[in-house]
Design a protein around this ligand. Sequence first.
Ligand SMILES: C[S@@+](CC[C@H](N)C(=O)[O-])C[C@H]1O[C@@H](n2cnc3c(N)ncnc32)[C@H](O)[C@@H]1O
Length: 226
Amino acid sequence: MDSPELTERFVRLASTDNLAIMAYYDKVIVPILLKYLEPESPLLDLGCGGGVLLTLLQRRGFKNLYGIDAASILLDRIPDKNIPVICDNYLNVRSHFQQGQFQAATVFNTLHHLETLEEFEAFFYNLHYIMKPGGLVFIKELRNGMFYRIYNGMIKSSVTQFLFPWFIGPRNFVQTHEEEMHSRFFDFFLPQLKKILRTKDRFSFVKRHTPLSFENLLVVRANPTP
Ligand SMILES: C[S@@+](CC[C@H](N)C(=O)[O-])C[C@H]1O[C@@H](n2cnc3c(N)ncnc32)[C@H](O)[C@@H]1O
């Protein structure tokens, strides 16, 4: 799990970027989810952070929403205190939720925080347990493409640091840590993802979306327990 310092810096950055993140999720990401989901669907947001997605889904009429995140200072930022949220490592979902409880789960920009391949495997094993057979899991992560390399280059460049200190400064610390996690994710976890999803036929691949071309949003279906 993340160090308290990283979480604290992430919180500060999230508050300055909040409007842009909300707009991106609202205009680009939520419409994709709405193609697949009904507002009645019980949905768990794993690594829900400050609840941007939960808040936007609630505005679209979703009533059966849950969140789990390891960082209480992020959970405290969720405006509606009636959304049930749990502060814990999401590797422990089995101890908080029932078997087959969720029709939908969202896993947005958080898988790269896992530290080992064993954790990565355990994540999907436990997630499958709480999913309804036929339920959908939405996995969103950055793509290791041109946009990502340009962004990293910009953050590290001494020219942009000099010209735009207010923009680059707060991003430097967070991105240095995130870059390490992203590299581990791209190099060691991503190549195993299909194999892990297919283990014991737990999940089937449904579709890959590439919102604004800098992220992958995978849709996978939970199969009945064999
Ligand atoms: C980059 S943020 C993404 C937040 C949110 N999903 C979004 O899309 O804006 C990653 C989140 O994952 C959470 N996280 C990381 N590892 C976790 C773990 N093992 N268990 C629960 N939450 C975790 C962090 O606390 C943080 O809120």
